[in-house]
Design a protein around this ligand. Structure first.
Ligand SMILES: Cc1cc2nc3c(=O)[nH]c(=O)nc-3n(C[C@H](O)[C@H](O)[C@H](O)COP(=O)(O)OP(=O)(O)OC[C@H]3O[C@@H](n4cnc5c(N)ncnc54)[C@H](O)[C@@H]3O)c2cc1C
Length: 419
């Protein structure tokens, strides 16, 4: 049998779609197989940091992102009383050659999907194909699927299979059948989007409070959505809670389930209760990750994105690391062909890089700023922030995270292109 060189991509999230665009860029044939029958704009807000946007720029996607998202200007931190702790510039304002984007996950996915359909053709993404198993032999892989109603679908052959199938990855489960469920952090996140008046710079991500008293992240994801000049505002509330029932990103919750700690957060720059009360629906998700693996690759099968390295969504790096994986893998295929050698190089480099981000997101993500201030102030108001922590220390928390996650500004400028 002749060896097949087509790449089968399992899952049409950020990771799978950017891999498809990158393979098209280097002339490697591929097809994306997605479980849901129709790709709809689900989820809430997401951030793309400059290291991910650099890769999207190399794919010519920045103009399309500009039409749906916001170029983030700065990131600010406050305590639960709304007292200002620290503001740092973001994206181009921080001196990066690439912007940071805040946008709706559905808009991001549509930008990527539209580009795939336009460049690779309408048959390049096959929906209603839930992967249930991948078999391999010396010539290639056979991918088995079921349809949306559980009906059997004809298997497909390809040279290699890339599991981009998210946090509940079937491909990962096949490689690591004993691994069990994702690990719950003890923190639950509620999130939603609603029209709201711009605040502060109008292009800010703010983080406030701390877990024990309620933590909140808020950022706008669309400009001028109505005649009143409202933005589409995204918020994420985090609280310590027992583990929720499922890991479904689309599960709907209620305001009552988490509102109480935020009841008095009437800041002069943002009325938090009004923001939360306006939002419908409110979505709930447990903050989970998995311990880093020592390898994602088994012969002709490998993992990418959340399937490979699910991480706490505390550093705005979930989509970004999936995009970096996709670009690095495409670079390996470009240099080494669609070979086991290419899969192994990808594995060696990206397992190491992303494991550090998973662990950093557990221990010292950017909101470490909030933890430090909460602990040092005993959860009370402060007279002056620098009595508690210096600007230098605050800046270093962000610098350490950026270095580990791959967007230290100088290192990013100097790094050669992945593809
Ligand atoms: C519905 C949904 C909503 C989300 N909402 C947010 C959000 O609001 N904010 C945020 O920061 N992050 C959100 N995320 C997570 C975020 O998209 C990822 O962390 C990040 O973009 C990395 O993307 P990924 O491609 O690795 O995984 P994902 O974005 O999870 O994409 C995985 C894809 O694989 C498909 N899939 C799953 N199983 C199979 C299978 N067996 N066979 C074929 N296809 C399969 C899924 O339907 C999905 O399209 C959401 C994820 C999902 C799936």
């Amino acid at each position: 049998m002749e060896k097949d060189t087509e790449v089968a991509i399992i899952g049409a999230g950020a990771g799978g779609l950017i891999l498809a665009l990158s393979l098209h860029q280097i002339g490697v044939r591929c097809r994306v197989y997605e479980a849901v029958p129709e790709i709809r704009a689900v989820g809430a807000g997401i951030n793309l940091m400059p290291h991910a946007v650099r890769e999207l720029d190399e794919l010519g996607l920045v103009p399309a992102l500009d039409k749906v998202g916001i170029r983030t200007k700065d990131a600010s931190y406050f305590n639960q009383f709304g007292q200002h702790i620290y503001t740092e510039p973001a994206g181009e304002a921080a001196g990066y050659p690439w912007p940071q984007f805040s946008l709706h996950r559905g808009d991001m996915q549509k930008v990527f999907l539209d580009a795939v359909i336009e460049r690779l053709g309408p048959d390049s993404v096959v929906t209603g194909h839930r992967c249930i198993k991948v078999d391999q032999d010396s010539n290639g892989v056979t991918i088995r699927f079921e349809g949306a109603q559980g009906e059997a679908i004809a298997p497909v052959r390809a040279g290699v299979a890339i599991g981009c199938d998210g946090i509940n990855s079937v491909v990962r489960k096949q490689l690591y059948p004993q691994e069990g469920e994702p690990i719950y952090s003890g923190l639950t996140i509620w999130r939603g989007v609603t029209p709201f008046k711009p605040f502060l710079s109008g292009a800010n991500t703010i983080r406030a409070g701390w877990m024990t008293v309620g933590k909140l992240m808020v950022y706008p994801i669309r400009n001028n959505i109505d005649a009143e000049g409202n933005q589409l505002m995204n918020w994420v509330a985090t609280l310590e809670r027992p583990r929720p029932a499922s890991y479904d990103w689309n599960r709907v919750s209620s305001l009552d389930a988490f509102f109480e700690p935020y009841r008095d957060w009437h800041f002069d720059w943002l009325d938090v209760p009004a923001l939360l009360q306006k939002t419908d629906p409110v979505l709930i998700f447990p903050m989970v990750d998995r311990d880093p693996l020592s390898t994602w690759t088994s012969g002709r099968i490998t993992l990418l994105g959340d399937a490979a390295h699910p991480m706490y969504p505390r550093g705005s790096n979930g989509a970004g690391q999936a995009i970096l994986d996709a670009r690095y893998l495409a670079g390996c295929f470009k240099r080494k062909g669609v070979t086991l050698d290419a899969l192994n190089e990808y594995d060696e480099v990206r397992v190491q890089a992303t494991s550090k981000v998973v662990l950093m997101n557990r221990a010292n993500p950017p909101d470490t700023v909030l933890r430090e201030v909460y602990e040092r102030s005993g959860g009370k108001r402060f007279d002056h922030i620098n009595d508690i922590i210096s600007d230098k220390e605050l800046r270093e928390i962000g610098d350490r995270y950026r270095a580990v996650a791959g967007f230290d500004i100088e290192a990013l400028r100097k790094r050669p292109s992945f593809v």
